[in-house]
Design a protein around this ligand. Sequence first.
Ligand code: GMT
Length: 378
Amino acid sequence: MKQKPLKIGITCYPSLGGSGVVATELGKLLAEQGHQVHFIAHSIPFRLGAFHKNIFYHEVEVNDYYVFRYPPYDLSLATKMAQVANMQQLDVMHVHYAVPHAVCAFLAKQMVGDRLKVVTTLHGTDITVLAQDESLKDLIRLAINESDAVTAVSQDLIAETRSVLDISREIDLTYNFVDPRVYYPKDSASLRRDYAQPHEKVLMHISNFRPVKRVQDVVDIFARVRGELPAKLLLVGEGPDLPKIQCRIQELGLADDVHFLGKQDEIAHVLSMADVLLLPSEKESFGLVALEAMACGVPTIGSTAGGIPELVTHGETGFLAPIGDSHAMAGYAMELLRNDALAERLKAACLKRAKTEFCNEKIRSKYEEIYYRVLGQK
Ligand code: GMT
């Protein structure tokens, strides 16, 4: 690194979803580069892992005085950001997910002064769902316009942000990334034998089982595939739609062919069991899980929602169909699962694309460029 190491605050949802994973992995990479990284959150980020001398964690404590109907986490977070920024002389506060984090960083900057630069990364539902809500829209617009830099995880999300919030400011594209030291095809043959016979294909879906993931379509696709060839479906994760999905699987008589693995940490190991990942989402600004699968050599069959087409190249690293077209997605799955040569070609393309386009070092240095730019140290 040519420039001086920075002191960077990071706030994210520490226990939830792709935005927290990206924020935590980025913090780890920055610390490896010699930057000092201060996570400020309500609990320790779940992917933080082993001790690192450049990584610090500052816990936000919420005042729940009895007059409060809703304890003000946002205000405590903003105050903590300002305290840490002053105490540690932070250069940059990098917040992931606009609500409430970008708003809190805006408040912290009012307390600290303009020397604290704020970088906001938009991840998806902060814009595609929350910014559509009139009770939040103006506040999100303010926080975005007042950030020193704004990044978004796909071109599609940049376009959506501009159109939903009617803003014209610069937004940098910073795709999600994976660490090739963690995500690569693992030897999961023995694990796979626990779930599928050697002649059976393995289809997998990993998500938070929220309505935007359209897990119902995953079941429809699997039912069609299962009607034609021996296969198992592995469902990984938990969320509000899970009970409904369990009932549907019972109704369709598929219970013996579907395994529920719940939440899992060793995602690369789990993904390496799969022949194909299904991601038929209604909204997906990027689809980090499809990138994790790609890095493990597993192609994705999914929808054309949001940023998925920027990640999955149709016919090369997977197959895409319009949202809700389970028939076409099942057709692609059968084409792929019946053709070993095609599967090998897609696997090779997946491994190559994950390493070249979405490599952790490339995206990390893009974020560093943004930090130095807002600090006037280009
Ligand atoms: O939708 C989720 O699975 C969670 C959500 C989050 O905020 O963590 O994911 C969003 O951010 C991820 C990381 O940038 C993206 O890969 C997901 O596509 C995005 N989710 C949606 O847009 C629905």
